[in-house]
Design a protein around this ligand. Structure first.
Ligand SMILES: C[S@@+](CC[C@H](N)C(=O)[O-])C[C@H]1O[C@@H](n2cnc3c(N)ncnc32)[C@H](O)[C@@H]1O
Length: 438
């Protein structure tokens, strides 16, 4: 008789190792798993399944089955504990230099990292809280692994969310802040702040110069106005998405443009923007940049300037903004946005620095490329500090990534204008003008 309890049976393990029977035995094994009565037994079997991760059966199908079953069966906190315990119990194997090479903790856990990917995307809350309870050296090692599986910015965002979550007690918040600082390349007990929002980041240093530089404002507004004119569209709004304190929208209105809508997520910035709208004509609205609530085909221009796009977490978020632009624009309308050239000046320097942060987390840089230059090409996240005190992360995409997302959103006709950014160590700004087809 077949022993259907995967915890006691050796048949399953043999079956999983033998590819011929993998599918049916995995299914059977997981069905039995579902019938285990207690959470502890399920967790024990989950652990047993991790142990099998190096068997030839760990293909995508196997893992997607395992993942789905585990997620639907085990209470998240217990699953987090099971996963991290599994890794932490094997320090020699997973955490410490082996033959002078740092071994990534998750490399051997899962070859294709699909488990970790699903795990961190579905259960980030439990992952970050459980991880924050570990020693710093383990935190660093695991963070290195997590960054590989999941974009850095998602992880740091989840840490921010959990610090702001009032259900978490103060000691958890303190631990999470330490983790956040490690990710920003600081020592965990560094006294500089870990900002939980862009608002608090911007509030902490003087950005007065940034939005009162009238020459830059007028130049930029003149460029935008010229581009709007070139569309030949006489009707339709000009949407200033992520308008901040109204630098562009207010200047456009002052220069005689009407039907301007300013969108931003920050109530504080919107309040300041409204206060400085001398014409009183601008509609300011609080909304997410990828879900503005504006009518389809209602705008002749959709702006995302002031290098706001660097605050998108990753290319997917930028794709969502581009899709929103495409929907809100009239045919022939333009999506105008800017990013700093990732290979110039301060942004290049910040990307190099990010490689150093990854190295400090024991991230296996050799996986990114064999030379530092090859590795650098893979870096599109940076940690940036305007004053050496306040830090935030930013997305710094390559031009080809931006063009790809535009294409997915429907934009084919794209023009790029390059302008130096004064006083920023040779940095250059790239303005993209993407036209919605007629
Ligand atoms: C660098 S400022 C640029 C402001 C303005 N465009 C300018 O050029 O002065 C970035 C702005 O993006 C806004 N922002 C960030 N994330 C956002 C989101 N998800 N939805 C809408 N606005 C967002 C911030 O609140 C901030 O005002």
């Amino acid at each position: 008789m077949f022993d259907i309890n995967p915890f006691t049976s050796t048949t399953y393990k043999d079956g999983l190792v033998d590819n011929e029977y993998t599918d049916s035995l995995t299914t059977l094994c997981l069905t039995a798993f579902e019938q285990l009565p207690t959470q502890e037994e399920k967790a024990a079997v989950a652990r047993w399944l991790f142990e099998l991760s190096n068997c030839p059966a760990d293909d995508d199908f196997y893992w997607s089955l395992v993942n789905r079953t585990i997620y639907s069966q085990i209470e998240p906190k217990l699953l987090a504990k099971t996963v991290f315990d599994f890794v932490l119990e094997k320090p020699d194997q997973y955490y410490f230099p082996k033959n002078s090479q740092i071994v990534n903790p998750f490399d051997e856990l899962l070859e294709d990292r699909s488990f970790l990917y699903f795990y961190t995307s579905l259960l980030p809350k439990e992952a970050v809280i459980y991880l924050s309870e570990q020693e710093d050296k383990y935190i660093k090692a695991v963070l290195g692994g997590l960054i590989y599986a999941e974009p850095f910015s998602n992880l740091i965002e989840e840490i921010r969310n959990q610090i702001k979550n009032p259900e978490n007690p103060p000691e958890v918040t303190v631990r999470l802040e330490r983790m956040g600082k490690i990710l920003l390349g600081l020592a965990p007990d560094d006294s500089r702040p870990f900002h939980t929002s862009l608002e608090s980041f911007y509030k902490s240093f003087c950005i007065g110069e940034y939005h009162t530089n009238e020459v830059v404002n007028q130049e930029e507004v003149a460029m935008v106005a010229g581009l709007v004119k070139e569309t030949g569209l006489e009707e339709g709004s000009i949407v200033d998405n992520a308008c901040g304190m109204g630098r562009i929208a207010n200047t456009l209105a002052k220069n005689g443009y009407s039907d301007i809508v300013g969108v931003d997520i920050s109530p504080r910035n919107l309040h300041t923007a409204k206060e400085h709208d001398e014409t009183g004509s601008i509609e300011y609205r609080q909304a997410d940049w990828a879900d503005t609530g504006l009518r389809p085909e209602s705008a002749r221009a959709f702006l995302l300037v002031g290098r706001s796009g660097h605050h998108a977490r990753n290319s997917y978020e930028f794709q969502q903004i581009s899709k929103e632009a495409y929907e809100v624009l009239k045919p022939g309308g333009i999506f105008v946005f800017d990013f700093a050239d990732p290979d110039k000046g301060m942004y290049l320097e910040n990307r190099r620095n990010f490689l150093r942060i990854l190295a400090s987390l024991n991230f296996p840089l050799e996986k990114l490329g064999t030379t530092p230059e090859e590795q650098l090409k893979e870096i599109d996240n940076v940690v940036d500090s305007p004053d050496g005190i306040n830090f935030t992360n930013r997305w710094v995409p390559q031009i080809k990534d931006i063009l790809l997302e535009l294409k997915i959103a429907g934009f084919e006709d794209v023009q790029i204008i390059r302008k130096p950014i004064e006083g920023w160590k040779g940095a250059e700004n790239l303005y993209f003008i993407a036209k919605k087809p007629l």
